[in-house]
Ligand binder design. Structure first.
Ligand SMILES: [Zn+2]
Length: 393
């Protein structure tokens, strides 16, 4: 079973709202997305439906909407899903980043640790100017992510400076990021995590794990409900598998306590196929996907968010669960995304139109390992706040 902790409550309340009669009174819509296979796990829909948009919000999801519309998108043969939410990107580094991922169907993003106290203001400004909702996790290291590892010098993990930058950017900073890997923090890892939690002061903390100095369970025991582990399938040492390839019990125990586990594709040392295979065979699936995106990602094994989602599809994660992880599960991770990740009537009209192609597709891990899958999701079009986003070149 794939755990989706908010799923039942969300589906129940959404079912009531979906029957609201206001859609019938509408005389025309701004945009109707016609004839696609609508998959929205937040409201329990997987069926051919039209999606009508009015005043930048979802106005109706119903079969054969015939009311006139100023504009239409023909989505026959395509998937129509809530706009994708990527909770670990580095799109805040430049203003060119956010429009690029919008073309990939990403209508909400979280920059995870590009900025620390010294450069958070600039990254928050990029987020404020983005075409879609963008939020940030402040790196506990004042420098943000730095080449060679930002936390070998523990004085950079300055709680007061981080708190000050959070206070200056309350509208954008929604949590704290700490990179735990030996190459980033060395033996400082546990103290770094404690300082990240002190700076967070109740906000979620995301930790980047993989080849850590300390065992994973020592981090998990410090994490609280709603905290996030990214790069969950990072190979040994000190990953989620023991030396016999069994999932360490602490991982499922942490999941039961409400700790969230994020895929975190990235480029170097974040996952290999063997670890994904061993963990998923033991029924350990990600709560959320993320790309760890930067402006170079299209030329790496990341490519785009739909490509990353396709990798878990290849390992047998059901399509509805894959869509849930890329939409509603990600939205539930941070309160700032409360009304996102859904096509519920009244929600902001952020929609991703994807195509699930059948064929032979090659996917890459972080160690030049390739696997061939029979399906791949491609981004086709994005609607943001009820408007068509520019198509990908
Ligand atoms: Zn990252």
């Amino acid at each position: 079973m794939i755990t989706r902790r908010h799923f039942c409550a969300t589906a129940a309340s959404a079912a009531i709202l979906a029957r609201a009669p206001n859609a019938l009174a509408q005389t025309s819509y701004e945009l109707v997305i016609k004839g696609g296979r609508v998959i929205d796990p937040s409201i329990g829909i997987d069926a051919v439906r039209d999606v009508a948009i009015s005043a930048g919000k979802i106005a109706a999801v119903a079969p054969n909407i015939t009311v006139s519309a100023a504009d239409t998108i023909d989505a026959r043969g395509k998937l129509v899903v809530p706009g994708l939410i990527d909770i670990h990107v580095h799109a805040g580094r430049t203003k060119e980043g956010p429009p690029m991922i919008l073309q990939d169907g990403v209508t909400g993003w979280v920059d995870a640790g590009s900025g620390g106290a010294d450069n958070m203001d600039a990254i928050a400004a990029v987020a404020r100017g983005a075409p879609q909702i963008g939020r940030c996790l402040i790196n506990i290291a004042r420098t943000g992510v730095a080449p060679g590892g930002e936390l070998h010098d523990l004085t950079r993990a300055n709680v007061d400076l981080a708190r000050g930058a959070i206070a200056r950017n309350r509208d954008i900073v929604i949590g704290v990021k700490g990179r735990m890997s030996n190459a980033v923090a060395g033996t400082n890892d546990l103290e770094v995590l404690r300082r990240a939690q002190a700076a967070a002061d109740g906000l979620p903390v995301m930790i980047h794990v993989g080849q850590n100095y300390s065992p994973l369970r020592s981090y998990l025991s410090l994490l609280k409900r709603g905290d996030i582990v990214t790069h969950i399938y990072a190979p040994a040492p000190n990953g989620l598998l023991d030396d016999k390839g069994r999932l360490i019990p602490d991982v499922m125990q942490a999941r039961r306590r409400g700790i969230l586990f994020d895929f975190g594709n990235g480029v170097n040392d974040h996952f290999d196929w063997a670890t994904v295979e061993a963990a998923t065979k033991q029924d350990f699936w990600p709560d959320t996907f993320s790309t760890d995106w930067n402006v170079m990602s299209r030329t790496t094994g990341v490519v785009d968010m739909p490509n990353v989602m396709s990798k878990l599809l290849m390992f047998g994660m059901p399509l509805s669960a894959v869509i849930a992880a890329g939409t509603v599960n990600a939205a539930r991770t941070f309160p700032a995304f409360d009304d996102r990740g859904t096509l519920n009537v009244g929600a902001p009209a952020d929609v991703a139109i994807l195509e699930l192609r059948e064929g032979e597709f090659e996917f890459l891990d972080n160690y030049k390992g390739t696997r061939k899958g029979k399906q791949r999701l491609f981004p086709i079009a994005t609607v943001i706040g009820g408007k068509k986003a520019p198509a990908r070149a």
